[in-house]
Ligand binder design. Structure first.
Ligand SMILES: Cc1cc2nc3c(=O)[nH]c(=O)nc-3n(C[C@H](O)[C@H](O)[C@H](O)COP(=O)(O)O)c2cc1C
Ligand code: SF4
Length: 671
């Protein structure tokens, strides 16, 4: 027997610290999952322990700010203000992960600077963010930042060194410094357009990483040469203007920091004593590079990471949609990087590393880049979750356990909610049969997964199919169920996961043959002509628009609101939304905002826009105006059958995938 992915399981060193394999957990802030004083909660410790048990070689915690009052927010609590509590909780974590021979680094960094959300600022800041120079705030350019003082830089360095000393005392194995990463505070010094200073910290004075170098040297002096430091570095910002990212493949001039500049800075960082580099492309101005959504390709940072790897002698570790062990193994084997880091892939599956080791990579539950649970939540002040892993943070405290009484469970509907309910109920030992009215599993995700840029959805669907097959769930396709048929099943409990149907708005002429739903177009049930008008500029409408442009159609999107992808039950996560809006523009999709379709004519569509009535040519009108729940079956059987009946997912209320999976998991666990 030999390893399927041998490169991943060769040990490597960060300084003198030996890591048992090449799989690192990328730092992810645990918003809403920490104690109120900023220390690790027991829930957070359990979460990290599960990832250590899952085989990660090194865990880097989410970011922490030191005890320094340059920038204050009621939302950010520094654990270093409470040294005793910090030490006891971090010690607890170090002990837990060390039991699995996993190493622990704690990330520290100085905060946001110009990218601070105005609503997150403490009152004492008088609505004035701080930054290297008096530059506009990223989110509200009318707010001009206050330029930091030299004394503040010295205080920041001291606070970081003090935090590092506590981290070492806690028994953690090392530190990750946020460094020149992601457009955050210290990265702004190393970005020409944001650092206009004329003093020793100035860009033109070559002082752009002075604070960072002082910190590295200071930590080494206090914690010892052998206490390892990795530094997070952004090779390239992918900014085509301030506040504007550039799409992959787009021809643009870099306004942020470009790769050659970063190579030189990284050499200086390595010379100053750093023991490893953790890559992270993008910035708050190019959000969809920093937190890459589903529309970005897998391993999108690897090529830039390789250029850094070629320039320095210390290990280079790279995250960024490294979703499969195959990609990870090849990236190391081909000499692009020394180790991979996994962020969201470790939210969606704690056992990623063990499954890769055993060659069971088809069992890894894939992250789909939806960001509805992670980035989409933490940036609106809600606790971190994962759309496809509802057990996140409860994997240890509330595992899936065998049911005491085995029941026969009938699940009606084979979309994500139904498949998740079937998976969990079957894992618990129930006798599960799933009835799907079409000829395939997947429900709404079948259509959603059609565009080439939705490969993550296809991967999730395949994972569900394999999981149900391996578990031995009885799947009955082409089974259109009604009250009579369901009654005959004599099931102990029934789960209705009948999904949703496209909503058809009351528009004159919609009965014409050229009016079709977006779902039918995606599924290939309806052909479209050369000129397409899409009614509805939500996520589905925009994705269909870009997909049809790739097929060389002329596409116009008509949206009632003043912005694309702005409606819906829940806000679409910022990186996904910004990227899709840019894709719409880049692909020359015509967009009519604040407009509605008045009527569908023979060869055209009549619109009412803010400027009056407009007629546009249309061979096909594609309806993408939201969904209505298919709750008729549930209502019919619930009033008739004397058994427990659950209505879950879109057939209860159409929302996003996160709620479908959540419902299926909860019901599967409770039966
Ligand atoms: C919820 C969340 C929180 C994050 N918090 C941090 C953080 O505190 N520090 C940091 O350096 N990166 C942070 N990141 C970025 C990740 O470390 C990683 O670079 C990014 O998610 C891309 O890698 P992935 O595709 O493997 O997730 C965060 C990412 C997510 C999804
Ligand atoms: S919420 Fe979506 S993007 Fe975030 S980790 Fe889960 S699957 Fe991945």
């Amino acid at each position: 027997m030999s390893l399927k992915y041998p490169e991943l399981f060769k040990p490597f060193n960060i300084g003198k610290c030996k890591i048992k394999n090449r799989i690192v957990m990328s730092p992810m802030h645990l918003a809403g999952r920490m104690n109120d004083n900023g220390t690790l909660s027991d829930e957070a410790i359990d979460y990290y322990e599960e990832r250590a048990k899952g085989g990660a070689g090194l865990i880097i915690t989410g970011g922490n700010v030191p005890d320094c009052d340059i920038e204050l927010s009621p939302l950010i609590h520094t654990a270093f203000k409470h040294p005793d509590a910090f030490l006891s909780q971090t010690k607890k974590l170090a002990d837990k992960v060390h039991a699995y021979d996993t190493k622990l680094f704690v990330q520290i960094g100085m905060g946001s600077g110009r990218v601070m959300f105005p609503e997150a600022m403490d009152k004492s800041m008088n609505n004035t963010p701080v930054a290297p120079s008096a530059i506009p705030n990223r989110w509200n350019p009318s707010l001009v930042c206050r330029e930091t003082t030299v004394e503040e830089h010295q205080r920041a360095v001291e606070a970081l060194i003090k935090a590092a000393a506590l981290i070492k005392q806690s028994g953690a194995d090392g530190i990750d410094l946020a460094g020149i990463y992601g457009g955050y505070f210290t990265d702004q010094y190393a970005t020409k357009v944001f650092n206009l200073r004329k003093d020793e910290y100035g860009f033109e004075q070559n002082g752009q990483i002075k604070m960072l170098i002082d910190t590295i040297k200071g930590i080494k002096a206090v914690c010892g040469e052998n206490f390892p430091i990795s530094v997070r570095v952004t090779p390239k910002h992918y900014m085509k203007a301030i506040g504007q990212g550039a799409l992959p493949g787009e021809d643009f001039e870099e306004v942020g920091r470009d790769i050659n500049e970063t190579i030189e800075l990284t050499k200086r960082i390595a010379e100053s004593g750093a023991d490893a580099i953790l890559i992270g492309n993008g910035s708050y101005d190019s959000f969809y590079w920093l937190y890459p959504p589903m529309y970005q390709k897998d391993g999108l940072w690897l090529e830039d990471a390789k250029k850094i790897h070629d320039a320095v002698d210390i290990p280079v570790i790279c995250p960024g949609k490294i979703v499969t062990p195959d990609l990870a193994n090849n990236a190391i084997k081909s000499g692009m990087i020394d180790a991979v880091a996994l962020g969201r892939a470790m939210l969606s599956d704690a056992e990623w590393a063990n499954k890769a080791k055993e060659g069971n990579d088809d069992e890894i539950r894939p992250c789909i880049g939806c960001e509805t649970g992670c980035i989409g939540r933490i940036f609106v002040g809600q606790p971190l979750t994962c759309a496809v892993n509802p057990g996140l943070f409860h994997e240890k405290s509330e595992p899936i356990t065998p049911a005491l009484i085995k029941k026969s469970v009938a699940i009606i509907g084979g979309g994500v909610a139904g498949m998740e309910a079937a998976r969990v109920a079957k894992m618990r030992g129930h006798n599960v049969a799933l009835y799907e009215k079409t000829d395939k599993l997947g429900g709404a995700i079948v259509a959603a997964a059609v565009p080439d840029f939705k490969d993550a959805d296809r991967r999730l669907l395949e994972w569900y199919k394999r999981s149900l097959e391996k578990l031995g769930v009885n799947v009955h396709l082409n089974s259109n169920m009604d009250l009579e048929k369901i009654n005959l099943l004599q099931a102990d409990e029934i789960v209705v996961a009948a999904g949703a149907t496209p909503r058809i708005p009351p528009i004159k002429g919609l009965d014409r043959e050229k009016a079709v739903t977006a779902i039918d177009v995606l599924l290939g049930k309806k052909e479209v002509g050369k000129n397409c008008v899409i009614i509805g500029g939500g996520q589905v409408g925009c994705e269909v628009a870009v997909w049809l442009k790739e097929k060389d159609k002329n596409v116009t999107v008509v949206e009632m609101l003043g912005e694309l992808m702005a409606g819906g039950v829940e806000q679409i996560p910022i990186p996904n939304r910004l990227m899709m809006i840019d894709m719409v523009a880049y692909n020359n999709v015509q967009v009519k905002l604040n407009s509605r379709v008045e009527s569908i004519e023979d060869k055209a569509v009549k619109l009412i826009t803010a400027d009056g009535i407009e007629t546009i040519e249309a061979d096909t009108v594609i309806i993408s105006a939201g969904f209505s729940s298919n709750d008729t079956l549930y209502n019919a059987i619930n009033e008739e059958l004397p058994v427990k009946i659950w209505n879950i997912g879109d057939s209860k209320i159409p929302t996003n995938i996160q709620y479908a999976v959540r419902d299926g998991y909860a019901i599967g666990k409770s039966i």
